[in-house]
Design a protein around this ligand. Sequence first.
Ligand SMILES: [Zn+2]
Length: 295
Amino acid sequence: MDSKKILIVTMLLVLVFNIAGPIQVSHAAALDSVIGTLAASTVSSTNSGASGGSDVFSKLFSLLFDKILGPILNIFGGGKAATILPENPVKVTPLPPGDGTTGVVDSGVLRGKVVVVDPGHGGSNPGAVANSTRETDNNLAVSLKLRDKLTKAGARVIMTRDSDRTVAPEGSSLGQELAARVNIAEANNADIFVSVHSNSNPDPSIYGTMTFYPSGKSSKLALEVQNSIIRETGAVDKGTSSATFYVLRNTSMPSILVEMGFVTNASEASRLQEDNYRNKIAQGIFNGVVKYFNN
Ligand SMILES: [Zn+2]
């Protein structure tokens, strides 16, 4: 075979395995998010570029140029592509101070990113209360750990609250309280908005972790964070879903709402109160955010 034939055959193989493969083997939720991502670019022009359908094309191009043309040009002595000069060594970004958990390859992508972390509820509104734990306490504890991890990795983190209080002045309406959280994200031009909650259900046997995103955008951020939390915690994976929560609907940047677990389930409630388990959730969210910005 000459080099042209090798090029064409390689391109076809890579296209089949990298593009058709993952979609075919995806479960329903992942397929839904792929469709959502594709639809997003045609539905909304105000959509953030980070989750738009143009991703597919830029990935396709970088695949063709980085993975196929580059190596082949090198193999056949074609030329300039992918030549590393000795005076231009590849930069290696150091890992953030680790805490023994896995899954992060490179957090350099967080440098300078503005991340708004929103611990749900607080003050006069404790959120779900069951099994002697309050949602607001779990939300805040995990959010503070998440703040520290993101900050160490170079992100600019803005908390909507960092103590047990409401964000709007006490006595404000629920609408004003939620608007205050959104306003913080908008006023600071956040790159992403991450709201942290604990779930509840009248049926105490229900447990598991789920992540919500606003319809038509942010599904990629939600999926990366959800998968990374499950990898860290081993919790039951209740998947990702679009939702119309106020803070998701009204933030212009990619936004997600993590429901870490159910305080109404006795065993999950007790795990949510463990420092070690809270750290795993925070690490999972952190890893997912890194992966999101890495793509
Ligand atoms: Zn909540």
